[in-house]
Every structure is written in C-alpha cells, then in structure tokens.
Design a binder for this molecule. Sequence first.
Ligand code: PLP
Length: 398
Amino acid sequence: MEKLAIEGGTPVRETKLFYGHQYIDDADIAAVTEVLRSDYLTCGPKITKLEERLCRITGAKYAVVCSNGTAALHIACQAAGIGAGDEVITTPITFAASANCALYCGARPVFADINDRTYNIDPKSVREHMTEKTKAVVAVDFTGQAVEVDELLEICHEKGAVLIEDGAHSIGTRFRGRCVGSIADMTTFSFHPVKTVTGGEGGAVLTNNEEYYQRLLLFRSHGITRDEALMERESEGPWYYEQVDLGMNYRMTDIQAALILSQLDKLEMFSKRRKEIVKRYNEAFSEIPEITVQEEIPDSDTTRHLYILRIKPEKLAVDRKGFFAAMAAENICCNVHYIPVYRHPYYEHLGYKKGLCPKAEKLYAEIMSLPLYYAMSDQDVEDVIHAVKKIVENYRIS
Ligand SMILES: *Cc1c(COP(=O)(O)O)cnc(C)c1O
C-alpha cells in the first residue's frame, strides 16, 4: 500500500491542482482590448450582441445581461413581483444567493429537501412546501444537471407561482433536447470565473415572457425607462426619461460582454472536455464501493460544472474532513459545495433550524468537489483518481 502524503509519504503530484480555473486565450484578450480602444465601455454594442447571442444559443426569446449571477436572481425575483409576506421555495444545496434573492425582496425563503441520488431539489418536496404564499420556486441545476423542469413548471403553474431556474452551473446543458434558458419562466446564468463561461463577473436572465423582459430591463437600471409606452406622463422632450419603479444599477460593462462573447465561441469545446473528464471520473469511481457516484439524470444532457465525490463514511475509517485533508496533502485541492444555506449563522438568526432538510445535511457531511475544468490534462485527471484510490485503500474498513 502507498503511504499517504499526510502521513509523510510522497504526494501523488508535486504541484497543486486547483478545483476550478478559467481558460483565457488570445482571442479573449483581443476581444477585451478592442472594447478598451472603442467609444463604449458600458451600455454599448457588445451588450446587445451578447443578449442576441444568448437567445440564439439557448432558444430563449429575451435575454437581459447584468453585473453578476446574484443580480440576475434579484431582478428575476423583482420581475416576478415577489414582495413582503411572500414565500420562495429553493434548495439548501446551493450558493447562498439562490435564497438571498428572496430576502432582498422582503420574502421568506422556504427550503425543500433534495433527491439524495441526483442532489437536485426534489419536486415532491417542493409540492409539499407550496402554500398560498408561495410566489416562486428557485430551482438550481446543481453541478449542471437540469432540474425536472417540466414537472416543476406544472407544480408552479397550478398554484400561480413562477419558476426561476438558477442555471449558474448549467450553461450548455440540454433538458429533453431543449437548452437550459428556454424552458423555465426565467433562467439565470452566472459568468463568475469558476463557472463554465466567464466575464470576470457577469450574469444574465433569460425568458420567453415579454412582460418579465420589460420589468427585468427596468430593475437592471434604476427603474428608469426611456420607452414612452412605459411612462406615466407625456414626454417633455428628447432628453426625457422617467423613474417608474425602484431599481438598481446592475448593468454589465462592454468589457465583460466582449469577454463572455469570446468565451461563448468556446462553449462547445468547454462542454466536450468537461463531459470527457466526468466520464473518466465516473468510470473510475463506480468501481470503488466506498464512493457514491452522483446519479446521471437521463433527461439532462449535461455540461458539468462541478464533480462531487461522495464518500460512504460507514465504509471508511476517515470522515470527510480527514479525506479532504488527505487530498490536499496529495496536492489535490478540493472544495465543498455546499454548506446547506440555512445552516449559516445569518439564517439561523432568522429562525431556521438544523434538521430542516435531512438529506441535504447528510449530503453535506459526505462530499467534496474534485478538480473539474477545461484546461485539466489527462495526467491531472489521472492524478485525482490516483489520490482518491490511494486514500480509500488506506482507510478502507475490511
Ligand atoms: C455562482 C452562483 C450564483 C451567483 O453568481 P455570481 O455571479 O457569483 O453572483 C448563484 N447561484 C449558484 C448556484 C451559483 O453557483
């Protein structure tokens, strides 16, 4: 048996491997410098071009780009008319922003439990948590696998609620042949550097609904309109605009838009490589009885953002914390996605208690995210597998 690096053995690799990393090429750099030499740094032609491109890629009718994925969730909630006293159902296994967007609007996030094989929100649990106050469901395509959009749409529309799909992980994913972005009432994307496509920061909301589209535009920019059809009074002249609601400044710069446009040229390539790596991981880990492999959703043709390694603690003489530390000593840097949102102190102070979603809490205790990004070499992937096997062999309870 190989001696673990954490116990003084030789690490699987000499240099650190990070869990995620952006891929920027010369075309990206040229696209950004072109904007820097142009007349518009913000609100210029790249914004329209990016919105058109996102519609073309996803098949959605309308796209509104904004400063980041959190802003996208916020304006989506505002466009859905969410306010004080409303409830918004979401999953605990997500980044806090998926629930915070409800709080921004004065609404209360309600947490539905997950399916413990796919780790996505469980439509059955969503149905159980629907009340008269439910205004929206924020469903997260966790790791990039699409939620059961058709079933969730049916549950929402029965009760007059809006389905917002948080697609921060799932750009490039198709559900039953349709692209994420074109199916739910509204879908949000994030272009943070760890996501599949980046703009440094950036976000977008996609919808097929014109009314939502108009409201998204308003809330992105102060609640101000220059469209006479949306004004309360008659125009006083060519300079005239009106603030008709309370919005934010969530605009995206042309610098970000140019980078995202250039990155989208590589989406197919990014997607293909991520699929290859996931396939190799799945093959290797499905042979290890101490590891649970996340179940593939057959309806989802997935561009995977995260790869979750789930250990079976009852079969190992090490817990997640120890496994994570052993991986780090082998120079494989992992991460954990996610601490159940309601377990954060801020949520605890709001009255959310441990035990609310038992499947989500059990998942959190057993997982870590392995390196997964476009630029990983085959050797990097084999190093990760090697490290996992080495650690499992050392801690196997036989
Ligand atoms: C990254 C992320 C967000 C927030 O996106 P930002 O662009 O970082 O604001 C929201 N939801 C999920 C699931 C995410 O992973």
